[in-house]
Ligand binder design. Structure first.
Ligand code: BMA
Length: 912
C-alpha cells in the first residue's frame, strides 16, 4: 500500500521515483558526459523537485536538471528574461541562496548493493548537499563532477536530499576578500566589469561560466542550479565512467594503434573480477569489428576507488576510412562499445573517427618566426571559421531538447558557410557531449579553450587544486572526439598582463608567477600527461611553442610572426585591406552590427519607443565600451551623412560588418602562400569573432539570437568557399587571387569586369583561362587599372570578378566584387523586383530584376524561416536567380511572393 502511495505521489508530482516495479530509469545516450550509461545500475534523479529561497517567500516546483532563472520563468514568478530590462530587474535572484530539495525512494534491493554513490554531473556552483539530514559535501566548480559515497546514509523507502546553492555573487565577493588578504592586499584584477555591462564583480575568483556575470556582448545572469543530471549509482562491482581513445597511425606497419583507457570506479578495497571487452565496429559494415578482451582476476580497488585499464586495438589500414574536416571529405564515425562483464554488466558506447592532427610550427629558412598551421591526415588545412560563445546564457538551456536543436542549427549554419573550425571561447562553457558529437558528425574542428578569459586569476593552492580536477575531468570526458583539434589555456590573459590591460604593471612579477603556476605548471602539465596526441597552446593570442622560451609572458604575445593573433582595429577604414596585418593565424577579428529588426522587436514590449537608434533601451543593450561610436564611424566612412530610419541603420551596420569581414578574410586567404621580406604572411587560419549571440543586442555575431542570419553570415559562405576568387586594389594596381582548398587541379575561366555603376554598364571585360593550382592561394592577374578605365573615373566603378569551372562532374561558378571607393556618391534609386518562379516543397526559386545598379540587395521574408542562396550582393546586371531554402512546405507561391521584400542601399522602404 505504502509503495503505491509513493508511486502515485511520484506520478502526480512528476517526482523522481526510483525503485522496484520497473521504474528504475536507464539512461541511454552516447558519450562521456554522464548520460551514456546503459545499465540498470544507474538511477536518474531527474524530475520535478522543489526550490525555495531563504525566507521561503518563494517555494515552487522546479526542473532537475535545470536552473533558477528557467524555474522562476516557468513558475510565472518572473517574465521572459530576454525581454526589456529583465536582466537588471531579475538581479535579486542571483543575490539569494536557493535550496533545491526532493524525496526519492530507495528499495531494499538497491540498498543491498556494495557501492552506492550520489553523482552530480554538474552543479552551478556553490552547493551544500544534505542527504537525510546529514551534510555530505560542498561543491565549488560548475565544470566538475562530484561523487559521494552514500550507502551508510540511505534508508529503504523515502529519502530526502537538499542541494542548497549559495549566491554566486556573494561567494565571489567573499573569495575576493580572502584572496586579497592572502596576497597581502594585492587584489586579483580586474576588480569588476565596466559599468556599461550592468554586470557583477569578481567572477574570476569562482569556477563558473565567466560570461554569466556579463560580457561585452551579453547580460549578467549569474545562474544557480543543478544544471546537469544527478544520478544515484548502485552496484556491486564497478561503474564505467569514461573511455579515452588515443590513436596512433603507424604508417610503416599499415595500421593504427588505438589505445583505450577505460576508467572504472568502485569503492576502495572492493575485489574486482571480470572481463573488459572492447568492440570497434566498421562504420558501414557492422559485421566487421575488432575486439579485445582483458581479464581481471581478484583485483583490489585502490583507496581512490578509481582505476584506469589500458587496452589496445590493432586496426589495419584497410579497416579505416579517414575522418575529414568539412570540405575535405566525409566524416565516417565508428561505434566503439566497451563493456565490463562480471556478475553485473556495465557498458558504454561512443563514436570515434580516424584522423591525425598536427600543429606545424617550423622555422623558416632565412626568415624570422615560425609557421603556424594544422595538418589533418597529413594535409595542410587553412582553418576557416568563427568563435563560439555559449548557445544560451543559461547553462541548463544548452542541454535541453530545444537547446540541442539550437546547437545543431548553429553548427549546421557553420557548415553551410563552409567553415571547418570553431573556437569554443574561454569565457563560456565546456560544451555538452551533444555539441562535440554534432561537430564530429559535421566535420567542424574545435579549437577548445579552457575556461579562463580576459582576467587575471588567483593561484592559491585550493584554486589550483580545484582547476586541476576540472581540467582532468574535462579532458578525459572530451578527448575521444575527433573534432577537437587543439587545447588552449586561456583567452587573452597573457596579452592582458603584458599590455597592462587591468593595471597589473606595478605587481607584474606576482601576476606573472601566478600565471605560470596556473597555465604552465597545472594546465599544461595536465594536458601533456593526458592528451599527448593533440597540440596545446598556453594562451590565445600567443606565440605558440615560442611562448615557453619566453617564460610564458612574451614581449609581444600578439606577434604576427608566431602563433595566433586577435585583430581589432576599430578606427581605421574597416573596408581597406591595409587596415589588417599580415599574420600566421587570425583566431579572432571582428566588428559589431545590430541584430535583425524582427529579432530586436522580440526583445521589447515597447517597440515604438525602444527601437530607435538613441533610445535608452538600445543604450542598455549596447555593452561595448565604445558604444555606437565604431558603428557610426564606419558608417560615416562609407555612406553619405543623412538622416536614416532605424531599420536602415540596422541594415547599414550589417553591410559595414559583412564587407569588413569579407575584406579581412580575403586578405588572410590571399596570404596563404605569400611570405614577405619582413617575414610576415603564410596565413593559415581565419576565425572571425563571433558566430552566435546570447541575447538580442548589438554584437560581433554573424547569426543573431533568434537564429536569423545577419548579412555577414551570407558573406561568410562566399568568402570561405572552397574556391575563392578575390582581389585587391593597391595604388592603382589590381591584383586577383584564386584561393583553392581543393586537392585537384581545376581548369577555369576567369572574368574581370569593370562596371560603371551610374551607367549600369560594363565598360571593360577581360576573360582568361586559368589552371587553379590545388590547395594554394596565388595571383592569377595583376595589372594597372588605369588603362582599363578609359575616361571613367575609378570611383565611379566597381570591379566584378567571376570564375567558372568544371570539376569533372559538375559546373560551378562564383562571383565576387572589389570596391574602388565608398558609397557616398552612389545616388541612383534602382527599381528592383523579385518574382517567384518555381516552388519545390518548402523551397522557392526566385528571379530578381533591376533597372539600374543595386548595391547590397537584401532579401527578406517574414512568412517562414529559411535562408536565401545569396544575400547582400551587388546587382550589376539586370537579372539574377536566387533560391530560398525554407522550412514550411505549406506556403503557396502567392503567399511567399506577397511576403518577399527587396531592399538595396538607396531603396530601403521595404526593410522589415
Ligand atoms: C575578444 C573576445 C571577447 C570579446 C571580443 C569583443 O577579445 O575574446 O572577450 O567579446 O573580443 O570585444
Amino acid at each position: 500500500m505504502y509503495f503505491f502511495i509513493i508511486l502515485l505521489l511520484s506520478l502526480l508530482l512528476n517526482k523522481p521515483f526510483i525503485g522496484e516495479a520497473g521504474k528504475i530509469q536507464t539512461v541511454s545516450s552516447m558519450g562521456n558526459d554522464g548520460r551514456g550509461q546503459e545499465t540498470s545500475l544507474v538511477h536518474s534523479l531527474q524530475g520535478t523537485w522543489n526550490v525555495t529561497n531563504d525566507d521561503h517567500s518563494i517555494n515552487v516546483f522546479c526542473d532537475v536538471p535545470g536552473g533558477i532563472y528557467s524555474d522562476l520563468m516557468k513558475a510565472g514568478i518572473i517574465g521572459n528574461i530576454y525581454k526589456n530590462y529583465n536582466d537588471i530587474e531579475t538581479r535579486w535572484i542571483a543575490k539569494e541562496n536557493w535550496n533545491y530539495f526532493t524525496n526519492f525512494f530507495v528499495s531494499g534491493e538497491m540498498l543491498a548493493r556494495k557501492a552506492i554513490f550520489l553523482l552530480f554531473n554538474g552543479i552551478d556552483t556553490f552547493a551544500t548537499i544534505t542527504l537525510n539530514g546529514k551534510e555530505i559535501g560542498y561543491t565549488k566548480n560548475m565544470f566538475r563532477r562530484y561523487r559521494y559515497s552514500v550507502k551508510d546514509l540511505l534508508q529503504i523507502g523515502i529519502n530526502n536530499i537538499s542541494v542548497y546553492i549559495h549566491s554566486p555573487i556573494e561567494i565571489a565577493n567573499k573569495e575576493f576578500e580572502v584572496e586579497t588578504n592572502r596576497r597581502g592586499g594585492v587584489p586579483v584584477q580586474p576588480l569588476c566589469t565596466p559599468a556599461k555591462y550592468n554586470g557583477e564583480c569578481h567572477v574570476n575568483h569562482i569556477r563558473k561560466q565567466q560570461a554569466s556575470f556579463s560580457w561585452d556582448w551579453g547580460p549578467a545572469f549569474p545562474s544557480s542550479g543543478i544544471w546537469k543530471m544527478p544520478i544515484l549509482e548502485t552496484y556491486d562491482v564497478v561503474m564505467m565512467r569514461d573511455i579515452e581513445v588515443h590513436m596512433d597511425r603507424l604508417y610503416e606497419m599499415k595500421r593504427w594503434d588505438v589505445k583505450l583507457i577505460v576508467h572504472l570506479e568502485s569503492i576502495p578495497k572492493n575485489m574486482i573480477s571480470g572481463s573488459l571487452v572492447s568492440n570497434l565496429f566498421h562504420y558501414k559494415n557492422k559485421t566487421r569489428f575488432i575486439v579485445n578482451e582483458t581479464n581481471i582476476d581478484n583485483y583490489e580497488m585502490p583507496k581512490s576507488g578509481r582505476i584506469a585499464i589500458t587496452q589496445h586495438l590493432i586496426v589495419p589500414d584497410n579497416f579505416v576510412e579517414l575522418w575529414w574536416p568539412n570540405g575535405y571529405g566525409l566524416q565516417p564515425m565508428y561505434d566503439l562499445t566497451v563493456s565490463f562483464n562480471s556478475s553485473e554488466h556495465v557498458s558504454k558506447s561512443i563514436k570515434v573517427g580516424f584522423r591525425t592532427i598536427k600543429l606545424i610550427e617550423n622555422p623558416l629558412v632565412n626568415y624570422e618566426g615560425l609557421t603556424f598551421y594544422f595538418k589533418i591526415n597529413d594535409i595542410p588545412i587553412f582553418m576557416k571559421g568563427s568563435n563560439w560563445i555559449p548557445s544560451n546564457i543559461l547553462p541548463e538551456a544548452t542541454l535541453s531538447e530545444d537547446g540541442e536543436k539550437r546547437i545543431r542549427r548553429l553548427l549546421m549554419d557553420a557548415k553551410i558557410a563552409n567553415m571547418n573550425m570553431l573556437r569554443v571561447w574561454g569565457g563560456g562553457l565546456y560544451e555538452s557531449d551533444y555539441f562535440y558529437s554534432v561537430a564530429d558528425e559535421l566535420g567542424i574542428l574545435i579549437w577548445q579553450d579552457f575556461m579562463f578569459a580576459c582576467s587575471m586569476y588567483p593561484a592559491s593552492d585550493s584554486f589550483l587544486k580545484n582547476v586541476e580536477k576540472e581540467i582532468e575531468q574535462q579532458i578525459i570526458r572530451l578527448q575521444y572526439h575527433p573534432s577537437i583539434a587543439i587545447w588552449a589555456g586561456n583567452n587573452e590573459n597573457e596579452i592582458a598582463l603584458r599590455n597592462n590591460w587591468y593595471s597589473t604593471a606595478s605587481n607584474f612579477s606576482l601576476f606573472k608567477e601566478d600565471y605560470v603556476k596556473l597555465y604552465a605548471d597545472v594546465i599544461k602539465t595536465k594536458v601533456e600527461q593526458l592528451d599527448g596526441m593533440r597540440p596545446f597552446v598556453v594562451s590565445s593570442p600567443g606565440n605558440g611553442r615560442m611562448s615557453e622560451s619566453e617564460g610564458y609572458i612574451a614581449q609581444n604575445p600578439g606577434s604576427v610572426l608566431y602563433g595566433d593573433v586577435h585583430v581589432y582595429n576599430y578606427y581605421s577604414n574597416a573596408w581597406s585591406p591595409s587596415s589588417y596585418p599580415n599574420l600566421r593565424f587570425s583566431s579572432e577579428y571582428g566588428l559589431q552590427s545590430l541584430p535583425n529588426y524582427q529579432t530586436l522587436a522580440e526583445a521589447t514590449d515597447n517597440p515604438s519607443g525602444d527601437l530607435q537608434r538613441n533610445s535608452a533601451f538600445m543604450k542598455h543593450r549596447q555593452h561595448f565600451i565604445l558604444n555606437y561610436l565604431v558603428m557610426d564611424l564606419q558608417i560615416f566612412f562609407q555612406f553619405p551623412t543623412e538622416k536614416i530610419e532605424f531599420k536602415d541603420y540596422i541594415y547599414r551596420s550589417q553591410i559595414i560588418q559583412a564587407v569588413a569581414m569579407k575584406v579581412e578574410t580575403e586578405k588572410y586567404r590571399q596570404l596563404r602562400n605569400t611570405l614577405y621580406n619582413d617575414s610576415t604572411g603564410l596565413t593559415m587560419g581565419a576565425l572571425y569573432w563571433q558566430l552566435n549571440d546570447v541575447w538580442q543586442a548589438p554584437s560581433w555575431s554573424s547569426i543573431d539570437f533568434a537564429g536569423r542570419w545577419k548579412m555577414l553570415h551570407y558573406y561568410a559562405k562566399n568568402f570561405f568557399a572552397p574556391i575563392l576568387i578575390s582581389g585587391n586594389l593597391n595604388d592603382g594596381l589590381l591584383t586577383v587571387f584564386i584561393s583553392s582548398d581543393v586537392p585537384t587541379l581545376l581548369e577555369a575561366s576567369m572574368t574581370i569586369i569593370i562596371h560603371k555603376y551610374q551607367l549600369f554598364k560594363d565598360i571593360n571585360t577581360i576573360t582568361k583561362n586559368v589552371s587553379i593550382i590545388p590547395q594554394k592561394s596565388l595571383i592569377y592577374y595583376q595589372n594597372a587599372l588605369k588603362p582599363l578605365l578609359g575616361k571613367t573615373d575609378l570611383s565611379e566603378t566597381i570591379i566584378i570578378l567571376k570564375l567558372a569551372w568544371d570539376d569533372g562532374s559538375d559546373q560551378h561558378s562564383m562571383d565576387n566584387y572589389v570596391l574602388t571607393g565608398n558609397f557616398k556618391k552612389v545616388t541612383n534609386e534602382p527599381h528592383t523586383t523579385c518574382t517567384v518562379i518555381k516552388k519545390q516543397g518548402p523551397d522557392f526559386q526566385l528571379l530578381l530584376r533591376t533597372n539600374s545598379f543595386a548595391p547590397f540587395v537584401w532579401l527578406q521574408t517574414n512568412i517562414t524561416t529559411g535562408i536565401f542562396s545569396d544575400n547582400g550582393f551587388m546587382m550589376t546586371s539586370t537579372e539574377k536567380y536566387i533560391y530560398f531554402y525554407g522550412n514550411n512546405p505549406d506556403i503557396s507561391n502567392e503567399d511567399f511572393q506577397a511576403s518577399i521584400r527587396v531592399s538595396s542601399l538607396r531603396n530601403t522602404t521595404q526593410l522589415i
